[in-house]
Design a protein around this ligand. Structure first.
Ligand code: GLU
Length: 254
């Protein structure tokens, strides 16, 4: 899938039969690396796509990263590797700005955005899980677009996801979504890191996460987006177990 100004959620053929999809937006595509500002034209294109999906009768939940990437600039933290407490402060500073940008973009298409902040605990403890699921179902029933992020400010090292790939997979599992789309700066899984290995080739489809497949992911890289291919494969494990398919797709505008 190559994104274009009018269609970010490409993969039309694959997404056409989806009834309920979770779309995860990575920091690298939403937030400008240099300035720490939200790419407005990108967000506008996404909002148009979400509106089109909704018009086609499909339900869409968004899981967006970017709070830390946006917030750290407002606190003059220029380093990329933040201490936990700095990440929490940055998330607290950026989350409101992030949600506001989504609200404005979605509202132009007549869509209402609703923020949900979750921790690992909320997805694992039965009562919290059921409560969160109930709220998400209610929001979908009322026609709102849930916008989910990790509740970074209260999540300590031991009880946090740290990446939204797995959070999105848990959300997909929680709401019984049939499709999880991970929008990122990569167009899929490669046999090796394509940036360092010219022989790396794209693996078009994976049906099982074998040790060979896991080995292809390599290691996570530091930066605003904390995921990388490692957490994407962890997300795949969660979604596969829930009978949900996962698509890794580049969310870049053409
Ligand atoms: N929750 C983090 C944020 O909003 C993002 C985690 C990730 O990079 O996936 O900034």
């Amino acid at each position: 899938m190559t994104g274009s100004a009018t269609e970010i959620l490409g993969h039309s053929r694959k997404l056409a039969d989806s009834r309920r999809m979770v779309v995860k937006i990575g920091s690298v595509i939403l937030v400008d690396e240099e300035t720490g500002t939200i790419r407005q034209d990108w967000l506008d294109a996404l909002a148009a796509d979400v509106a089109a999906r909704r018009k086609a009768g499909q339900e869409v939940l968004l899981v967006s990263s970017g709070a830390i990437a946006v917030g750290r600039r407002h606190l003059d933290i220029t380093r990329r590797n933040l201490k936990l407490e700095e990440s929490q402060a940055a998330a607290a500073t950026g989350q409101g700005r992030l949600v506001h940008a989504y609200q404005e973009a979605m509202a132009r298409h007549g869509l209402t955005t609703a923020q949900i902040l979750l921790t690992l605990d909320d997805t694992e403890r039965r009562r919290r899980h059921l409560n969160a699921r109930e709220t998400l179902e209610t929001l979908l029933g009322l026609g709102a677009v849930p916008l989910i992020n990790e509740n970074d400010t209260v999540a300590t090292e031991e009880i946090r996801f740290g990446d939204n790939d797995r959070l999105a997979a848990r959300v997909a599992q929680m709401v019984g979504a049939d499709t999880l789309v991970l929008l990122s700066d990569v167009d899929g899984l490669y046999t090796a890191d394509p940036l360092s290995d010219p022989d790396a080739v794209l693996v078009p489809e994976v049906r099982e996460i074998t040790p060979e497949i896991s080995a292809m992911a390599g290691e996570a890289k530091p930066g605003d987006g904390s995921g990388g291919m490692v957490t994407k494969l962890m997300a795949a494990r969660i979604t596969f177990a829930a009978g949900c398919r996962m698509i890794i797709a580049p969310g870049k505008l053409a």
